[in-house]
Ligand binder design. Structure first.
Ligand code: NAD
Length: 312
């Protein structure tokens, strides 16, 4: 871990450890930028060249041309990738991290569900690598500001060793269990509630606007009352009432998270009655508005059904 700080030729302070980072999308871009500003050297990879472009000229960055190139240069590798299938192929697939040689620690910041985390954890252990799952919450604004909450599970000593990395990208860091996968279950429970809140708030606000209520007044009342939630507090003021719809989380990813949550409920024999409807609703949103649509756009579905538009 970054035990020493040195200055490079340009006088920039530089931590002794080099980190690998794969997946420089909406979240990964900001997390990698923060780690660079902290002084880490980094080896970066993404399948999209345009995701790598902003980093190419940075003196402390090496851009890899495949996942397999990363372990030769970085012994701690973080990933922030869209779904379990991609994570599995990046780590275990042909040309993936495991084909690139030994590395010490793998940290998965994505939301992938416990099943793939457990499978990867087992296979990486055979490879001599310690796994931590460390999904994050707080959205793009939290990634940019370094105020994410991070839930971590896996080997406690590895968690403690990597605390400086977690503290660079997050503010509230929770160790939730010693088994890889437990933090993923924690994250699915969180995102399920976030998905419910955004969908149900959209329904409630459309109802009120149809009845002639002012949406800003509704938010003011809700935020001082028992209906307040992450949509009324954050998402509606930041991206719905102003019609910007740019909160930064894709509907396709939200559907993936709710589907993973319901799959885990099935695996554990837990009934999630409301969850079944919420999953269908997010499936519809993804299909009607597109995988890349912003999650806050779900309100357009209720607006169309209700025949009203919600504006400040
Ligand atoms: P994103 O789609 O913007 O970014 C994913 C990145 O992975 C992209 O740059 C993509 O090119 C890259 N990628 C895809 N396949 C790849 C491959 N085979 N090899 C290398 N790179 C590949 O997604 P995001 O919003 O940054 O989210 C990343 C993860 O974090 C997801 O699991 C998501 O559920 C989770 N998450 C997102 C948010 C949010 O608000 N956006 C918040 C918390 C957690």
């Amino acid at each position: 871990m970054p035990s020493s700080v040195r200055n490079d030729a340009k006088g920039m302070s530089k931590l002794s450890e080099t980190l690998g980072f794969i997946g420089l999308g909406n979240m990964g871009h900001h997390m990698a930028s923060r780690l660079l500003r902290q002084g880490y050297s980094m080896v970066l990879y993404d399948i999209r060249q345009e995701a790598l472009d902003p980093f190419r000229e940075h003196p402390n960055v090496t851009v890899a041309s495949s996942c397999a190139e990363v372990p030769a240069q970085a012994k701690t590798i973080l990933v922030s990738l869209p779904n379990p299938q991609v994570v599995r192929s990046v780590v275990l697939g042909e040309g993936g991290l495991c084909s690139g040689g030994k590395f010490d620690t793998y940290i998965d910041l994505s939301t992938t569900g416990p099943q793939v985390s457990e499978e990867i954890g087992r296979k990486l252990a055979e490879h001599g690598t310690v796994s931590l799952d460390a999904p994050v919450s707080g959205g793009v604004p939290g990634a940019e500001a370094g105020t994410l909450s991070i839930m971590v599970s896996g080997d406690k000593a590895a968690y403690e060793r990597h605390m400086p990395v977690f503290q660079t990208i997050g503010k509230k860091i929770f160790y939730v269990g010693s088994s890889v996968g437990q933090a993923q279950t924690m994250k699915l429970a969180n995102n399920y509630l976030s998905a419910v809140a955004l969908a149900a708030t959209s329904e409630a606000i459309v109802l009120g606007v149809k009845a002639g209520l002012d949406p800003q007044t509704m938010l003011d009342v809700l935020n001082a009352s028992s209906g307040r939630n992450s949509a009324t507090l954050d998402k509606f003021p930041a991206a719905v009432l102003n019609r910007k719809f740019d909160y930064g989380f894709k509907s396709g990813l939200m559907y993936k998270d709710v589907a993973l949550c319901l799959a885990e409920a099935d695996r554990l024999g837990v009934t999630m009655w409301a969850g079944t409807n919420i999953k269908e609703l997010w499936k519809l949103t993804k299909e009607k508005l597109g995988y890349d649509s912003d999650t806050t756009e779900i309100i357009r579905i209720f607006e169309e059904w209700g025949g009203v538009e919600v504006t400040a």
